[in-house]
Design a binder for this molecule. Structure first.
Ligand code: ATP
Length: 357
C-alpha cells in the first residue's frame, strides 16, 4: 500500500545479481521452444534463473494456473508458450485469457516486420499492433440463455479503452512513429466499437503531432494485403488484433518468426506473437524456434540485460537473413535444432562457454 502511494515500483526478484523469470512452457511446441531458450541462456551465461510452472491442460482444477499467476506476481516477468485448455467444464476458462486478466496485462504489443532473408508477399513491412488484451470479444462472458440460444458479450469500457488508446499514442510518441490507425467495426457495432473509436478520437487530440485515422476491420484486412506500407501503429480491439496480426504474419513469412509482449502496470509476459500451440508439429524437430527466441530477446531487453539482448538478436538475424538457415514453414529444410545450433555458433563469437557473467 505504501509503495503504491509513493508510486514506487516493487523491486523484482533478483538474487545474487540474477533475475528470476517465470517460465510457462505451455502445450504443443511450447516445451521444445522454451527448452531452446534455456539452453541458449545457459550457453551465453545470461544471468536469469527460470522458475518453471507446468500447467496440466486436461485438469479441471485451476490450481496450476494459480501457481503460475503467483509466480509471475513474485518475479514480475514471464516467458510462455501457448497454454492449452482441454477441459470442457465451463468453470475452467482459457488459461491464457485468465492469466492476462488476473495480472491485468491490459495491452499486447506485437511488432510485425519483414526479414530480408525470407521470401514473402511483401518486404519492408514495419507495423506495431497495439491490441486490447483484457476485454472486448475475449471477455469470456458466454452463456446459453435458453437451449439453442447462446449469447456472447463483447465488453468495452471507457476506462480501459482510454488507457489502451493513451498507451498506443504514447508508444507512437516515444518510438518516433507518425500515425495511429484505430481498427473497428463501429458501422455495425455502434455502441461497443463506437465507444472504442470515439475514445481513440478524443485521446488523439492530446497527441497533435501523431496523425490519427480509423479503418473498418474488413477493409483493413484488404488494405493490409494490398498496401501494408500505409500502416504504422494499429490500435485494435482484442479479436481484430489477432486477425490483423495473423494477416500481417502471413505477409511476412508465417507464425514462426515474431514475438509479442503482454504488459500491465506491474508485470510483463513475453511469447510467440501469434500464440499458436502447434500441436500438429510438436516433437518433430520442425517448429521454427525464431518466434520464441525473439520473445527471449524482448525479455532480455525488459530486464535491461542489453548486452545479452543485443548478441542474441544479432545471432538470430544473422541466422535468418545471412546464413538463411530456415525451417520448412519459411521454405527451408533445416530442423529446429539446426537453427538453434547456428544461433549458438554466432553467440560463441561473443561469449566464452561456461563463463557466467
Ligand atoms: P492448435 O491449438 O490446434 O494447435 P492453434 O490455433 O494454436 O491450434 P496452430 O494450428 O497451432 O494454431 O498454428 C497455426 C499454424 O501455424 C499451423 O500450421 C502451425 O503449424 C503454424 N505454426 C505456428 N507456430 C509455428 C512455428 N513456431 N513454427 C512453424 N509453424 C508454426
Amino acid at each position: 500500500r505504501w509503495a503504491s502511494q509513493a508510486k514506487v515500483k516493487y523491486p523484482k526478484a533478483k538474487y545474487g545479481g540474477r533475475s528470476t523469470v517465470t517460465l510457462l512452457p505451455g502445450g504443443g511446441i511450447g516445451p521444445e521452444l522454451t527448452g531452446y531458450v534455456k539452453e541458449i541462456f545457459l550457453y551465453a551465461g545470461v544471468p536469469v534463473v527460470f522458475e518453471e510452472v507446468k500447467i496440466d491442460p486436461s485438469s479441471d482444477s485451476n490450481e496450476d494456473l494459480e501457481n503460475a499467476i503467483t509466480s509471475i506476481r513474485r518475479n514480475g516477468v514471464g516467458l510462455k508458450g501457448n497454454i492449452e485448455t482441454r477441459s470442457l467444464s465451463t468453470s475452467v476458462m482459457s488459461r491464457n485469457v485468465a492469466l492476462r486478466n488476473e495480472l491485468d496485462l491490459f495491452v499486447n504489443v506485437f511488432h510485425c516486420y519483414s526479414f530480408t532473408g525470407i521470401q514473402s508477399r511483401h518486404q519492408n513491412v514495419d507495423i506495431y499492433v497495439i491490441r486490447q488484451n483484457t476485454e472486448g470479444e475475449y471477455a469470456m462472458a458466454e452463456h446459453e440463455s435458453v437451449p439453442g440460444v447462446v449469447e456472447c458479450l463483447k465488453i468495452i469500457t471507457r476506462e480501459k479503452a482510454e488507457r489502451l488508446a493513451h498507451y498506443a499514442f504514447n508508444f507512437a510518441r516515444k518510438n518516433g512513429r507518425k500515425k495511429v490507425t484505430t481498427v473497428h467495426k463501429a458501422n455495425i457495432m455502434k455502441l461497443s466499437d463506437g465507444l472504442f473509436l470515439e475514445v481513440s478520437r478524443e485521446v488523439a487530440k492530446h497527441y497533435p503531432e501523431i496523425e490519427h485515422n480509423d479503418m473498418i476491420i474488413d477493409n483493413c484486412c484488404m488494405q493490409l494485403v494490398s498496401k501494408p506500407s500505409q500502416f504504422d501503429v494499429m490500435l485494435t480491439t482484442n479479436l481484430y488484433g489477432t486477425i490483423v496480426s495473423n494477416v500481417i504474419c502471413g505477409l511476412i513469412g508465417g507464425a514462426g518468426l515474431l514475438s509479442g509482449g503482454n504488459y500491465g502496470d506491474h508485470y510483463a509476459v513475453f511469447e510467440p506473437g501469434t500464440r499458436n500451440t502447434g500441436t500438429a508439429i510438436a516433437g518433430k524437430n520442425v517448429a521454427n524456434p525464431i518466434s520464441m527466441l525473439n520473445g527471449a530477446v524482448d525479455l532480455l531487453n525488459h530486464l535491461e540485460l542489453d548486452h545479452h539482448a543485443r548478441i542474441l538478436r544479432d545471432a538470430i538475424m544473422k541466422t535468418v537473413n545471412e546464413d538463411q538457415i530456415h525451417t520448412p514453414d519459411v521454405g527451408g529444410s533445416a530442423t529446429s535444432t539446426d537453427v538453434v545450433e547456428n544461433v549458438l555458433k554466432h553467440l560463441a563469437q561473443n561469449v566464452k562457454p561456461g563463463l557466467v557473467f
